[in-house]
Design a protein around this ligand. Sequence first.
Ligand code: GLY
Ligand code: MN
Ligand code: MN
Length: 467
Amino acid sequence: MNSPTELASPIAVDVYRARRERVLAALRARGGGVAIVPTAPEVMRNRDTDYPFRHDSYFYYLTGFTEPEATLVLDASAPPGEPASILFCRDKNVERETWEGFRFGPEAARDAFGFDDAFPVDTLDEEMPRLIADKPALHYALGTSADLDAQVRAWLAAVRAQSRSGVRAPAKAENLLPVLDEMRLVKDPHEIAIMRRAASISAEAHRRAMRACRPGMREYEIEAELLYTFRRHGAQAPAYGSIVAAGANACVLHYPAGNTIARDGDLILIDAACELDGYASDITRTFPASGRFTSSQRELYDIVLAAQTAAVDATRAGVTFDVPHQAALKVLSQGLLDTRILDKAKFGSVDDVLAQRAYARFYMHRTGHWIGMDVHDAGEYREADGPLDEQGARPWRTLVPGMALTIEPGLYVRAAEDVPEKYWNIGIRIEDDAIVTQSGCELLTREVPVAADEIEALMRESNADRS
Ligand code: GLY
Ligand code: MN
Ligand code: MN
């Protein structure tokens, strides 16, 4: 929760105000109306204990405000000079602040975050019918929250109850999220600066985990090294549940860190990264518990790394979202044939493997996703129109500078009779975060080694330190 004493950096008031202005301008261009953006609800875990509160990303994007129980109202039909950007938030309350900590209260929040006006959140039901009366439309996240839908219904009912005095309720409701998603998809310099810092902390966490790893350690002990580093550098939380998978566990895509012992000869797959000031990072590295890849691990590792390099090289403004994935698939498919994990007698060429999706048994996810405030960030992957392909899908959207995405190919080889035994139970993924640029992409997460030789060198250093 941000309070004047807790903030690491000053509130970027102008950044949030400019985003609100962009939304207001977009809504005015559609004929005006009132946008409603609540933050996330607090959720009780049991008795007096809540799940850790995490603000709603859309709300935070437009406000920078991290307290619970808050709603942003943007009135795109406000006459010039009247408040257009209004915050509802918790009132000051000496007793509650003694238990739970600092609250801005409406007045200070208005001044600190640059709103035109602010009210106590418990006046929402009183103020909203007034704010939406005689406005042409409502804009909110339609159908995403039963609570919000019910609140809107009650506010509309309150306005309609005044219809005898000539007051009109908004005639339509529109989904606000596409407007916000398009904005969120292209990161501005303020966001990219935070994402770089988040990436840097996560990279350090991976280096620390690699250095700490020894055969005989349990997965949760390795996870502890990651979590320590996140918090040590001020990251508020992991951006998603940390995956620390020893040996065959790496073939389970969403395996959480458990208590399996990492044995000499095992690979460890770590997919873990922090959230810093509302922004996610997302890194995967795979390394040998002993510090030395076996020859079959190294063979597969180098195939996945070559696939990642191909995808990175293919990531640039002007190509579609699918191009890096196709580049990775080609390299992985060739690797599956070269290693005879896929039978050359059945699949003669890379084109056959691709056409029959034979790779999917060993590579069952896509090569990337948008990343930003949410680890799987907002934004469409396909154009809203355009010709349908054979699967009935619209064209992939084209990358533009400022988009942020992960590049994360992998290979997951389970034990199976038709697969050479030396590859059984090897799971490898390599994941970095990229910002699209005009001529290519900037990788945010390369402060952690990725080449097998470099990983071995880092682990050798740490083994030497201990002996
Ligand atoms: N850690 C989630 C993902 O890689 O997509
Ligand atoms: Mn990812
Ligand atoms: Mn990941």
